[in-house]
Each structure stands twice: as C-alpha cells, then as structure tokens.
Design a protein around this ligand. Sequence first.
Ligand SMILES: *Cc1c(COP(=O)(O)O)cnc(C)c1O
Length: 305
Amino acid sequence: MMQKTEKIWFNGQFVPWEEANVHVLTHTLHYGLGVFEGIRCYKCSDGASAVFRLEEHVARLFDSAQIACLDIPFTRQEIFEAILNTIRVNNLEKGYIRPMAFLGTGAMGLFPGDNPVNLIIAVWPWGAYLGDEALDKGVAVKTSSFTRHHVNCMMTKAKINGNYVNSILAKREALNDGYDEALMLDNEGYCAEATGENIFCIKNSVLKTPPLDSVLPGITRDCLMTMARDMDYQVLEQRFTRDELYVADEAFFCGTAAELTPVREVDRRTIGAGEAGPVTKLLQQEFFSVVCGDNLKYAGWLTQV
Ligand SMILES: *Cc1c(COP(=O)(O)O)cnc(C)c1O
C-alpha cells in the first residue's frame, strides 16, 4: 500500500487526499489520453529537501502535453511553484511527485471535443522502486514477449498514460515468470528499455545506451551520460542487441523511480560477475551523492524546497 499524504493539488487548489476524486466518465479513464511526470525529492545532507531536475521534468510534462495535444491551463512557472508548494504543505522530506494532466467529462466518444484539461499534483513517500536489495545486488531481467511501442503507433517520447498498458503487460509477465523486471525490444528487435527505465550496458569501460528513437528521453539517462563523460568514460548512444547485452561486463537500468539499479542477470544468463559491477557501483555512488547535494559540480540540478 502506498503511504498517503494530506493534500493533493487539484486545478490550483489544495484538497484533502480523500476528496481528490473524479467522475467515472472522466475521458482519460476510458481511453488513456493523459500525460504525467515522475519526479523525486531528496533529503540533502544539510537537512534541507531538494527536488532533482525540477525544471527539466516540468519542461517534459509540457512536451508530453504538446505531443498529446492537451492544452495545460497553467504556465510552466505555475506548475513549478505548485510542485514545490505541494511538497511544502505535505511536509514531505523525501519522496515522489506525480503531476498528471487528464481530460475531464463532457464528450464520451473518441473525439474529446472541448472536455476540460485537469491537472493534479500528488506527492508521497516512496523508497527504492525495485527494492533496496535490487539497488545493492541488482535485478534479474526477462526479455519481454511484448514489443516496445513502434514510434508511429504510440508517441514514445511522451509519458502518455495509455502507453503504460504495454509496460504493465510486460512487467506482469516478467514478475509472474519469476523475474524482477522486463527488458523490452524495439520493433526491429534491438534493446529499447525496461517498462519504466532506460538501459545501459558496459563493455571494456565503454557505456552504451540506445539512442532516443523509440525510448523515453529519460532525465536520469541524461544525468548519467553527463556524469560518466565527466568521469572520462566513453558513452555511446548506439543500438545493441540482446546477445550483446548477454556478454556485457555490466548493465543497469535508470529512471527517476528506479534511480540506478544494477542488472545482474538477463534471460537466465549472468551479466559479468552477477552483481553490481565496478563502473555501475561508482556511477550509483556518484548519483546518490549528486541527488543529496553532496556534489557541488551538479548543484544546479537541485531546487531547494
Ligand atoms: C519515465 C520513464 C523513464 C525514465 O525517465 P526519467 O526521466 O529518468 O525518470 C524511462 N522509460 C520510460 C518508459 C519511462 O516512462
């Protein structure tokens, strides 16, 4: 069960958690056209809280809305401030932030007409998405029988609610089969990403991640590419196959929810030594020091609450 907080920001007002409800004929509930974000707030070593890459997340929310043709009735600045205020009124020290724009009631057909666009911002405490042990020891992964969206079926660069049916099918299949997470291939058979995380593999100290053609442009992916390059690693945005992944020295998933989670096994083949590899560990340590404000080089990525 998720841990509740007190208030949810709903179209500009704070409402009690229990009262943040919508009608059953809400358009997005039926057809899935809505957009959302996933953001994390960390408690820094100095005791203050800070949101990680807030500006980029707000920008991506508006990009997703633009792709989905949803006209968000607030400005970026208003959403930026509303997110900080939602954290403040709930006294959340660290946790997860979920803004979502969705179509309300009105027309019921597939053409939403002028149904209003609603916006909510919820926050709640949320620990390691794939579990604390996963962060430390890594996850076992299964190549999914479900293909990642083709770029002309769903809009893969947007966090559109309905896109995640594909992710849920893949995730459930993997978990039911005894794995921790699914690896999704693109429609040409190359590794794309996991159900809600981007993927990297490492061979001979060179990092590789699939280019942004059918994958979600992850902000964590972007951070890690920057950090790895600053640490003098070579980073390539290049397609790779599942068999290239099988023989990688190391692999990891990354995303706001999953943070940096090592991959220890793919399709029952052990990756490297079957634990978090040295480069993965180094990047993970660096990542957690950055989000907690211990690395001044990337202080600009944090917004104080
Ligand atoms: C959100 C998401 C990611 C990770 O993006 P971040 O910006 O790092 O959180 C990766 N893949 C999918 C499909 C996602 O929805």
